[in-house]
Design a binder for this molecule. Sequence first.
Ligand code: ADP
Ligand code: MG
Length: 319
Amino acid sequence: MNEFALIYELIAPTSCRREDVLLGIGDDGAVVTPPPGHSLVVVADTVVAGRHFPADFTAADIGYRVAAVNLSDIAAMGATPLWATLGLTLPEPDPEWVREFARGLAESLVPAATALVGGDTTRGPLTATVQIIGALPAGRALTRRGARAGDLVCVSGTLGDAAAGLAAWSAAGDGSPYGHALRERFRRPQPRLALGERLLELATSCIDISDGLLADAGHLAEQSDCAIVLEVARLPLSAALRANCASEAALRLALTGGDDYELCFTLPPTALAALAAPGLPPITPIGRVEAGRGVRVLAPDGATLAFERTGFDHFAAAD
Ligand code: ADP
Ligand code: MG
């Protein structure tokens, strides 16, 4: 038994059971049965210590997050998650750390009814990779490439909170309830799985916001071969963000801050009403799709705002 056998024995019980898992952790491979009449969607994301999270992020925070960002990709495809694998690289086999990591992982995977069916554990700088396999009705998918002129552009939830939370992370002494709410948005992103499944029927294109609205809306525009026009006055900002930041800084975070893991999607205006339903997050129309290319952002007076590509420094009216 290698020194890491203990590790995956600690991780295994945190997983949920699924009847379509014929053989899970413990053999050379997992055996699963795909749902009849469905295609499979495969996503993977890695987090690396010191690069993707603050140094004082707990093991549970890391476990939660590495699964949640994958579930967000599954949501953005309109798919239902089924099974996960975990590649874990650890500086040393520390059972307490792993127990906490597994607790956070379960906090993501269990509510999403996703079974951990295998993985690999090795020694090295702290890195975690999760792969998730999900299902879609055969031949269907919610992609980045179907936006059409005349569609509305919408987002779920509120924008900019996670980036403000990350900025506030090390701001010692910020014990305010708003600071706490923002940090929680970074620490515990909520994958929009129910919304994604609904959007499979309604939306023409979709992406999850990991890099910031401007960058991710840019992917929709480019892959759909259209222009996206956003109105700054319509961006959904939380009370916590408004309380913590001057209005210009709040808008900059909403447009360019990453890590929100909300969905940005396009749909015909007539489809919007169907999204005001129990169990779905608030949806805000923030712009429209036009013929052309790229993303334009309009100020309340209708002037176009200029940004640098990633927009961190420049938030000035273009002339
Ligand atoms: P092998 O040498 O045959 O790859 P391992 O000892 O690496 O076997 O793994 C034994 C079992 O434990 C396998 O079912 C594998 O999928 C599972 N496993 C190993 N590491 C992890 C992990 N980090 N998370 C989940 N399952 C794991
Ligand atoms: Mg083997």
